[in-house]
Design a protein. Structure first.
Lengths: 394, 418, 307
């Protein structure tokens, strides 16, 4: 009985705690401004959760998650902008009824690809699907040809760069460097009021918990085991008769869609979308959130996003001159000293303690074992037995 | 684990904030208030702004880090100088100004976040800040929703007017039309080549320039070119200019690209005596990075140059250098940023209140005779009446003023230029 | 092209051709250091742009010294700056490898993140030291003029200079890698680290020197780019996107690939720029690169490595 309870706790306890933090603790202890900020941070957590799946478990590091976050956000922003640009409120324009930035760029009618976004239903589908399809195309092209590792990482980065230049350059269609701003209502419901902010926060939290649970389900399934296996010994999985590429494509697309949901929630809560999310810098920052929280822990990734962003706001308010030093230092420290992030701290401490008194503990971790969750050594290096242990926060 | 520590902290903070609020509330009620030098706080602040009997808090929101820090530093310094001078002269309504500075970090969502923080959490009475159009667009809904007051210093594309913003720089028509007229009249320019960085300000400005060239000056635009922000290669553009041989090039390249553009121009054998170029995007600040020797003889059209010869400006330049070092330079936007606090002071004193609505209503027709650029006046559309000057770049990085227009009315939504 | 004589059009073609070549050498120069490091150890140095900036600021400092204290030095300081830029960046790179990178060889993806953190720190360090505004190194006159073989042709001297420098540096690197004993070690280590260690190559030292060399070359590039671009805390990041594209497109592990990719990107973009706006040219070039990468994700060239 006791063990059963324990197993249940081990399974869902951390998620329950997270839910309690998001739904009860934070709303009670923060004023609306800070809560809205937390809501914004939590939208990044969608990306971080996706990265746990595709980076922590799948070994695929994507430095272009901002692309999917941004596309999801843009889909939502297009819908909201069209609603905000009704002919009545845009009557001072030379062409009323189109978004203001189009009018400034001498467009006289709505471009074709904007038209479907007049429908909310279409938008709801487009938010995960547009980024999902793009991710699918990229993933198929790369993984079918067995491109991976660092090379894949810089490829995704190149995509992020290209897309942000495209969006900035095509300002008549996308709002350019300003992004899509001044979003007001969703089906007549003002998203800028205090009540709306609370409601959106809770919707956001619920979606995030849903995404975490979905992630747990994926990891717990046979597929999750295979994912770990192919991360550590891709060749062996392939030789066992599995089509490795398909697994990778799936997990990459899933992560992309998670990010897209986060992007859409960002647009709703913050009230605009800008190309600054699509570029390289935010994409890498999002990887850092995951690294800080623990790349093997879905729940840890959420805490990581909260912590890094809170730190960013706090440091930049308190030490405006120093905060980049602190952030940079944090990145380096996490990568070098705590490769499993927050979630791995307890394990790491236990390992360190066992090492100190090897006689007391029965299980001695070999000194040379790579830290859990390390990506496989590059080709040619002497392989050590992979450690597929899972971080504590799972 | 560390998360738990973190979770408790905001709760404690909330309690602390509550206590502080109670204390403040108690302070409100004490009759000791009558001892304050200025009018009573309850009278000049009916909307709960951060105004006490002796202080008033304002916000400063610029990029101190990131790519825009290059440009925004001057504005930060000028606003601080102005506020310091106001405080030395006794403050506003008997209250010293205190500053909360926030870093927008060259990132538009961060600007929106910090703007909300300043208005909602800190309850600042006014904000001096923003530089790029994108950052202004990001914070504008926040200012309108939370009813804040923003003093925006940069010359910009126009097409905007808000009760919650005072635009202390020039809007596009003020900066463009008189400059083009000068080119046509003094340089006999008939054919123009328009270039710019690819975003809203250069595009809108060039649109206005094209209409003016074609419809009013009866000239011809022989080329129009845009480059991504941060572009570093201008060889092909220079060759195209050599091919088209325009009478004048009209340049709105911004940021780091600027340096590449002027250096490569010089290296390609183009000099000011062979090719007339008028820019509206190179202030003395940018010349620091370009190098004065690389820009000699080209023209800029702005409302302010550091070399302006008048008493106000001499005092301003002296004070600025005394505070920030003898090598400090002052560009158009820096001067416009300096106007912000002074204009706010004038509005507060005219309204007799810190309330944003009253300031917004009091602002039109406020005059400033002490502005370094000379006389300015706030128009009812919240932009400034100002003059346009043409400067010729010198090797020491300064401009020699060649021409000065009459006061120009701001017109952010120009008919016939859309 | 009304009013143009045939010779004028010819001159334009010459200048435009030169323009493409000079853009090519710029791209190659900035990608060279990154490509060497990546090719050798599979590490992407995200702080590459900041090593460029080190070179640029070194040049600026020397120019200040020359103008203020040693006017006679003015004409030559730039040559010195290139060497000093190399040395400074080399030393910093050496220290970074020693303190950070070598602990992360088993985790190449992590080294990418750590160098990103490093780039943030370096940017802020530049800002704190030199101020957030851009600075300008006063360049010697012989570098900033143009060479005019005919009335209508102007060849930028700084373009010629960068081109020569690139040629020299690429040649030197190729010699070093393919002809020297050290290069032999580098190549051996790349192909089979364990075996190289077994035959007595000090692979750790090879790694450290390679990383430092890559950084040093970035420093040289940074010094050279003061002739064509800006010097500020974030100047390096202006080049970084293009640099990554060149390396990815070239097929990351081959020097020849990097050269070919720099050449094709430069020619495509500078030609397109002549016929359309710079923005459109950039977008078209990027889309083409993406298209080709979709069909051939491993890049143009690929070195055969025993897996």
């Amino acid at each position: 009985m006791n063990t059963k309870l324990k197993a249940l706790w081990g399974g869902y306890g951390t998620v329950l705690v997270l839910a309690a933090v998001i739904f009860i603790l934070l709303p009670l202890s923060l004023d609306l401004f800070r809560l809205n900020l937390v809501g914004k941070y939590l939208t990044y957590a969608f990306v971080a959760v996706g990265l746990v799946l595709c980076w922590g478990y799948g070994g695929i590091l994507s430095l272009g998650q901002g692309v999917f976050f941004g596309l999801g956000g843009y889909c939502m922003a297009m819908f909201l902008k069209l609603e905000a640009s009704d002919p009545e409120s845009t009557k001072i324009q030379s062409t009323p009824g189109i978004p203001d930035f189009m009018d400034w760029n001498q467009l006289t009618e709505l471009p074709g690809f904007w038209l479907p976004f007049k429908s909310f239903l279409f938008t709801l589908f487009a938010v995960p699907l547009v980024p999902g399809i793009l991710a699918f195309i990229i993933a198929v092209a790369m993984f079918k040809r067995r491109v991976g590792g660092v090379y894949f990482a810089i490829m995704t980065q190149a995509f992020a760069a290209v897309l942000s230049i495209l969006i900035i350059g095509q300002q008549g269609y996308t709002g350019g460097v300003n992004g899509i701003t001044d979003l007001k209502t969703l089906h007549g419901w003002d998203i800028r009021t205090d009540e709306a902010k609370y409601l959106l926060y809770y919707i956001n939290g619920a979606l995030l918990i849903g995404v975490v649970l979905l992630g747990r389900f994926v990891i717990g399934s046979k597929f999750g085991k295979l994912l770990l296996a192919l991360r550590d010994r891709e060749e062996r999985v392939r030789f066992s008769g599995y089509d490795v590429a398909n697994f990778k494509v799936f997990i990459f697309c899933l992560a992309a869609m998670f990010s897209a949901v986060g992007g859409a929630m960002f647009t709703l809560q913050v009230g605009f979308m800008s190309p600054s999310f699509v570029g390289i810098v935010p994409s890498i920052e999002m990887v850092i959130f995951t690294a800080v929280g623990g790349r093997m822990s879905l729940v840890g990734a959420v805490y990581g996003s909260l912590l890094v962003n809170y730190g960013k706001s706090y440091f930049s308010e308190t030490f405006p001159e120093l905060w980049l030093f602190l952030m940079g230092g944090l990145f380096i420290a996490v990568v070098m000293l705590f490769p499993n992030g927050l979630a791995g701290l307890s394990n790491q401490w236990r390992e360190w303690r066992d090492r100190r008194r090897p006689k007391a503990g029965g299980t001695v971790t070999p000194l040379t074992a790579p830290p859990a969750g390390a990506t496989p050594p590059p080709a040619g290096k002497d392989p050590l037995p992979p450690v597929a242990s899972v971080g504590g926060g799972r | 684990m560390s998360q738990h520590v973190k979770k408790d902290e905001p709760a404690l903070k909330a309690v602390a904030r509550l206590l502080r609020g109670l204390l403040l509330g108690a302070a409100f009620l004490t009759p000791a208030l009558a001892l304050a030098a200025g009018p009573p706080t309850a009278e000049v602040n009916t909307t709960g702004l951060a105004v006490t009997d002796t202080t008033v808090t304002v916000g400063q929101l610029h990029s101190a880090t990131g790519t825009m820090a290059i440009s925004e530093t001057g504005s930060i310094q000028a606003e601080r100088l102005a506020i310091e001078q106001i405080n030395e002269a006794g403050g506003i309504l008997g209250r010293k100004i205190e500053i909360i500075q926030e870093d927008g970090a060259s990132d538009w969502p961060t600007f929106a976040e910090k703007a909300r923080k300043l208005l909602v959490n800190d309850k600042v009475a006014a904000v001096f800040g923003c530089w790029t159009s994108a950052s202004r667009k990001a914070v504008l809904p926040v200012f309108e929703k939370e009813n804040g007051m923003l003093y925006y210093p940069t010359f910009y594309e126009g097409l905007e007017e808000s009760k919650n913003v005072i635009y202390t720089g020039q809007e596009a028509t003020q900066q463009i039309i008189a400059g083009l007229d000068w080119l046509a009249k003094n340089k006999g320019a008939k054919t123009f080549y328009l270039i710019g960085s690819d975003y809203i300000w250069p595009r809108t400005s060039n649109k206005i320039a094209r209409k003016h060239i074609e419809n009013v000056l009866k000239g011809k635009v022989v080329g129009e070119d845009y480059f991504p922000l941060g572009h570093t290669q201008f060889g092909s553009l220079i060759n195209k200019i050599k091919l088209k041989k325009p009478d004048a090039v009209y340049s709105i390249i911004v940021g780091g690209s600027n340096v590449s553009w002027w250096k490569q121009l010089k290296a390609a054998g183009v000099t000011a005596d062979k090719q007339t170029i008028l820019t509206i995007s190179v202030t003395e600040d940018e010349i620091l990075g370009i190098g004065g020797e690389n820009m000699v003889g080209y023209y800029a059209a702005m409302k302010y140059f550091q070399s302006l010869d008048n008493e106000n400006n001499k005092k301003f330049v002296e004070a600025f250098k005394a505070k920030y070092g003898k090598d400090a330079v002052i560009g158009d936007v820096t001067q416009a940023a300096y106007l912000g606090p002074w204009l706010w002071k004038a509005a507060v004193e005219k309204a007799g209140s810190f309330d944003v609505d009253k300031i917004a209503a009091a602002s039109p027709d406020i005059e400033l005779t002490t502005a370094p650029e000379g006389y300015v006046k706030i128009h009812k559309n919240h932009h400034l009446w100002s003059k346009l000057r043409i400067g010729e770049a010198q090797a020491d990085g300064q401009y020699k003023v060649l021409y000065e227009s009459e006061l120009i009315e701001p017109n952010p939504f120009p008919e016939g230029y859309q | 092209m009304d009013g143009m004589t045939l010779s004028e059009i010819g001159s334009l073609l010459v200048m435009q051709g030169f323009n493409g070549l000079s853009f090519f050498s710029v791209l190659l120069l900035m990608a060279l250091g990154l490509a060497i490091i990546f090719g050798q150890m599979g590490v992407i140095n995200m702080a590459h742009g900041e090593f460029l900036t080190i070179g640029a600021y070194t040049t600026y400092l020397l120019s200040v010294v020359a103008t203020d204290y040693a006017p006679w030095f003015m004409n030559f300081y730039f040559i010195a700056a290139i060497f000093v830029g190399f040395i400074v960046a080399f030393i910093v790179g050496y220290l970074v490898e020693w303190s950070m990178i070598r602990h992360l060889y088993r985790r190449p993806l992590d080294s990418l993140l750590a160098t990103w953190g490093l780039s943030l720190i370096m940017q802020q360090a530049f800002r704190s030291t030199f101020g957030p505004k851009e600075v300008s190194a006063t360049l010697p006159d012989w570098l900033m003029g143009s060479y005019a073989p005919t009335d209508t042709i102007d060849i930028p001297l700084n373009g010629l200079f960068v081109m020569g420098l690139t040629l020299l540096l690429t040649g030197a690197v190729a010699l070093l890698i393919f002809r020297s004993r050290w290069g032999l070690h580098v190549r051996a280590t790349t192909q089979n680290r364990a075996m190289s260690g077994a035959v007595g190559i000090d692979t750790a030292k090879v790694d450290r020197l390679t990383f430092a060399l890559g950084c040093g070359i970035a420093g040289v590039a940074g010094a050279a780019f003061t002739t064509i671009g800006s010097t500020g805390p974030t100047s390096g990041s202006l080049y970084i996107v293009d640099t990554f594209l060149v390396v990815v497109f070239g097929g990351a592990q081959s020097l020849l690939g990097t050269i070919a990719s720099a050449f094709s990107i430069a020619q495509a973009q500078s030609t397109l720029e002549f016929f359309m706006t710079g923005s459109m040219a950039k977008v078209l070039t990027l889309l083409t690169i993406i298209g080709i990468l979709m069909l051939r994700p491993e890049g143009l060239f690929r070195m055969r490595v025993r897996k």
